[in-house]
Ligand binder design. Sequence first.
Ligand SMILES: Nc1ncnc2c1ncn2[C@@H]1O[C@H](COP(=O)(O)OP(=O)(O)OP(=O)(O)O)[C@@H](O)[C@H]1O
Ligand SMILES: [Mg+2]
Length: 253
Amino acid sequence: MTEAAVRLEGVRHVYAGDPPVVAVENISIEASKGSFVSLLGPSGCGKSTILRVLAGLIAPTAGTASIDGQSAVGCYSLAAHMPQRDLLLPWRRVEANATLGAEIAGIPRAEARSLADRLYERFGLDEFVHAWPSQLSGGMRQRLALLRTFLMPRSTLLLDEPLGALDALTRREMQEWLENVWQSDRRTVLLVTHDIEEALLLSDVVYVMSPRPGHIVARIDVNLARPRRTSDIISPGFVELKERVLEALHMRP
Ligand SMILES: Nc1ncnc2c1ncn2[C@@H]1O[C@H](COP(=O)(O)OP(=O)(O)OP(=O)(O)O)[C@@H](O)[C@H]1O
Ligand SMILES: [Mg+2]
């Protein structure tokens, strides 16, 4: 059996406090190398918590989390993490924001800049390299945060609602674009979303979560041909999968 790129086993996480918050319970998921996997569930079910565990930002209360066979606990350099808020630094221009993660990961600034130069056009930012984040639209900010994540020399990307806060049309365009970007270098992606169509358009596997404390209630394999296009969402195969996801969203552990 090939080692999964991402693996969680029996993960439980309780946030300390009065009262403590049980965020997720008994989460076991995996993503094989080069696959695109989504975590889908209602607000507050613990999706970001799972990514934070994999990013090494929080230690799970119970269970194990690993990336490429190495424990992610206390180790925040195994994957590139795009947090839910884009966290662009307003005092750094686009180019300096783009290279931030790569520089932190140890790539010399000049090299990071030349790597970024090759990506601006693909990320639709080539005319804004010297702009400030405040001069960008919402979609451009998210593309910049994604570019920064893609520039990190990591084989696993943890993307927390990377297309959230976009209007529906822009979001659809960005979904097609994200599929193309992913196809071009085939890194392992774990995507958090609460958009069913987005999950089905992009993923090989969709894990559906219950409301908090989040449990995995279904694992759905998406065997639709790629590349997928927005127009596919009315195809019978897609509609059937969507019904399965909707059904799963009503399941309780
Ligand atoms: N630092 C924290 N301290 C205490 N509770 C927290 C903390 N972070 C998250 N929580 C709680 O844990 C639960 C899961 O939060 P999490 O952010 O993982 O959910 P989510 O599925 O990402 O939600 P959303 O879709 O709204 O982003 C929520 O009830 C939240 O209030
Ligand atoms: Mg979240």
